[in-house]
Design a protein around this ligand. Structure first.
Ligand code: DUC
Ligand code: ZN
Ligand code: ZN
Length: 451
C-alpha cells in the first residue's frame, strides 16, 4: 500500500464507520477496522477527524467569456481553489459556439484545461446551436464520455422552447441528461427595460428584474417539456419556492427530475442587493427572499434537492464596478468553489443536516446523476479522493485565505464550524492545512457514462 489513513471516522452518504483506509496507485484498496502499520510507511493519523469523499462541484464557469469579460479563475486557479475547499472533481460548462460541433467544443475547452487542472474534471456542453445537423453532437458527446448538456432559457444565446424540446427529445433517444438554467427571458428583458427607463439602476433592480416568479414560471415550463418529452431533466441553481414546489410535485408523480441548489442561496437573501457592495452578489438567478430560502432548506431535508454545486463564476471588483450606476453592466457571477464543501459540512456540524446528507449532496449524488463511476464514495475500487476534516476548527472566511484569482469574495466574514485539513485527489495530497500543495496539470479528464 502507498498510504494508510488510520483511526478516522469514514462518512459516506450511505453511513458512517470508524475504520482505516488503505490506498494504492490512487485507489482505495482496503477498508478495515484496523490495517497493520507494517503494510506501508506512509501513515496518516486521522484520530478525531472525519474522512470524507472529495466533493464534486458539478457547476463551474472557469475562464468563461461572459458579461464583456472572462471569469477571473482560469482552469488552474479554479481547480487550485477547489482542492483547498475539499473539491476533487469539477464539472465545467463548455459553451458551444454558433456553428460549432459539440465534440469540438469539448476538445477546445479540454485543450485549455488538461495542461493546468489541479484536480479531476469533466464537462457539460452548454448548447447554443442545433441547426444543420449539430443536434447530433449530443449523441457524439455521449460516446466520448460527456453525457450531460445544459440549455439556457435566458441570455442572448438562450434557446427557444422549440429548441429546448428538440434537445430533450434527442437526449431521450441517446441517453443523455439535459440541465436547464430556468428564468423567463421575456420577463427579464421587459422588467430590465422598465427599471432602467425609470432610472432605477442599483443592484437591487437586478433582483427586481428577476424576482421569484420569473424563475418559478420557467422551472414549471421546463418541467412541462421534460414530462412531455419523457426525458430526465436536471434544474441547475434552483433558488425559488415556486420552483421547489414544482420539483417536489414532479418527483412525487414519478418523473425523473433532479434539482441542484447553491450555497449562496442557502446563506444570503435578496437583502444583499441593498448593500453598498450589492453588485458583488449579482448572479443569475439572484438570491431570493427568506421564504424561498426556507423552502430550499426544507427541500434539502426532504430529499427533493439532489445536489449542491457552486455556479462558480468570479469577476474582479473593477469589473463588478462597471455596474455601479447600471445593474445591467455588472458581470453576473460570484466565487464559491472553495466554500461549498466547508459550508455544507458546517451545516452538518451545526446539526442543520447530517454529515451523510452533506456528503450525498456534494459528492455521492452528483457522481451518480452524472455517471461518474469512480467517484462519490470512499469504497474499495473507487478513486482515493479523500478529505480529512477537523470538526473542531472555527474558520472565518476571508479573501486572503482563499485560493482563487479574485480580489474579493461574497463569503467574506462568514464563519464556518469545522474545516478540511487535507485533500487527496487520487491519493495525491493537493491541500494541506491552508496551503495548496498540488500540481498544475495533475487533474485528469473523467469520462462519464449514464449507462
Ligand atoms: N449565471 C451567473 O451568475 N454566472 C454565470 C452564468 C449564469 O447563468
Ligand atoms: Zn445558469
Ligand atoms: Zn452557471
Amino acid at each position: 500500500m502507498d498510504m494508510i489513513i488510520k483511526n478516522g471516522t469514514i462518512v459516506n452518504a450511505s453511513g458512517t464507520i470508524k475504520a482505516d483506509v488503505g490506498i494504492k496507485d490512487g485507489k482505495v484498496v482496503c477498508i478495515s477496522d484496523s490495517i497493520s502499520d507494517s503494510e506501508c510507511e506512509n501513515i496518516i493519523d486521522a484520530s478525531g477527524k472525519l474522512v470524507l469523499p472529495g466533493a464534486i462541484d458539478a457547476h463551474t464557469h472557469l475562464a468563461m467569456p461572459f458579461g464583456g469579460t472572462v471569469s477571473s479563475d482560469d482552469y488552474f486557479a479554479g481547480t487550485r481553489a477547489a482542492a483547498c475547499g475539499g473539491t476533487t472533481t469539477v464539472f465545467d460548462f463548455a459553451l458551444q459556439d454558433f456553428g460549432e460541433k459539440m465534440t469540438d467544443t469539448v476538445k477546445r475547452r479540454d485543450a485549455l484545461c488538461a495542461p493546468v487542472a489541479a484536480v479531476d474534471y469533466s464537462f457539460h456542453v452548454a448548447v447554443k446551436d442545433v441547426e444543420n445537423g449539430l443536434i447530433d453532437g449530443i449523441g457524439e458527446c455521449v460516446e466520448i464520455g460527456v453525457p450531460s448538456f445544459k440549455v439556457f432559457m435566458v441570455y442572448d444565446f438562450g434557446v427557444t422552447d422549440g429548441v429546448f424540446f428538440q434537445v430533450l427529445q434527442k437526449a431521450k433517444e441517446v441517453g443523455a441528461l439535459i440541465e436547464v438554467h430556468a428564468e423567463n427571458n421575456e420577463l427579464v428583458n421587459m422588467l430590465t427595460k422598465k427599471y432602467l427607463s425609470e432610472g432605477k439602476t442599483s443592484a437591487w433592480y437586478h433582483y427586481m428584474s428577476r424576482p421569484e416568479f420569473v424563475e418559478g414560471e420557467a422551472d414549471e415550463r421546463a418541467i412541462q417539456w421534460a414530462k412531455a418529452s419523457g426525458a430526465p431533466l436536471y434544474i441547475v441553481h434552483l433558488a425559488n419556492k415556486q420552483g421547489v414546489e414544482a420539483v417536489t410535485k414532479a418527483k412525487d408523480e414519478g418523473y425523473e427530475i433532479y434539482a441542484e441548489t447553491c450555497p449562496q442561496y442557502l446563506e444570503f437573501t435578496s437583502e444583499v442587493y441593498k448593500r453598498e457592495d450589492g453588485r458583488n452578489f449579482v448572479c443569475s438567478p439572484p438570491m431570493k427572499g427568506k421564504e424561498s430560502q426556507d423552502a430550499i432548506w426544507e427541500a434539502i431535508r426532504r430529499g427533493d434537492i439532489d445536489t449542491i454545486a457552486t455556479d462558480h463564476c468570479p469577476f474582479q471588483s473593477t469589473e463588478k464596478d462597471w455596474g455601479k450606476d447600471d445593474f445591467t453592466k455588472i458581470p453576473n457571477g460570484c466565487a464559491g468553489i472553495e466554500n461549498m464543501y466547508p459550508y455544507m459540512l458546517s451545516a452538518a456540524n451545526e446539526g442543520r443536516i447530517s454529515f451523510e446528507k452533506a456528503v450525498a449532496l456534494c459528492s455521492a449524488n452528483p457522481a451518480k446523476i452524472f455517471g461518474c463511476k469512480t467517484k462519490g464514495a470512499i469504497a474499495v475500487g473507487k478513486d482515493a479522493d479523500i478529505v480529512i476534516y477537523d470538526p473542531t476548527i472555527d474558520f472565518t472566511i476571508t479573501n486572503e485565505k482563499m485560493h482563487s484569482d479574485c480580489d474579493h469574495t461574497i463569503w467574506e466574514g462568514v464563519k464556518v464550524h469545522g474545516y478540511p485539513v487535507q485533500t487527496y485527489c487520487r491519493g495525491k495530497l493537493v491541500y494541506d492545512n491552508g496551503e495548496f500543495v498540488g500540481e498544475k496539470g495533475y487533474g485528469k479528464f473523467v469520462k462519464c457514462s449514464l449507462k
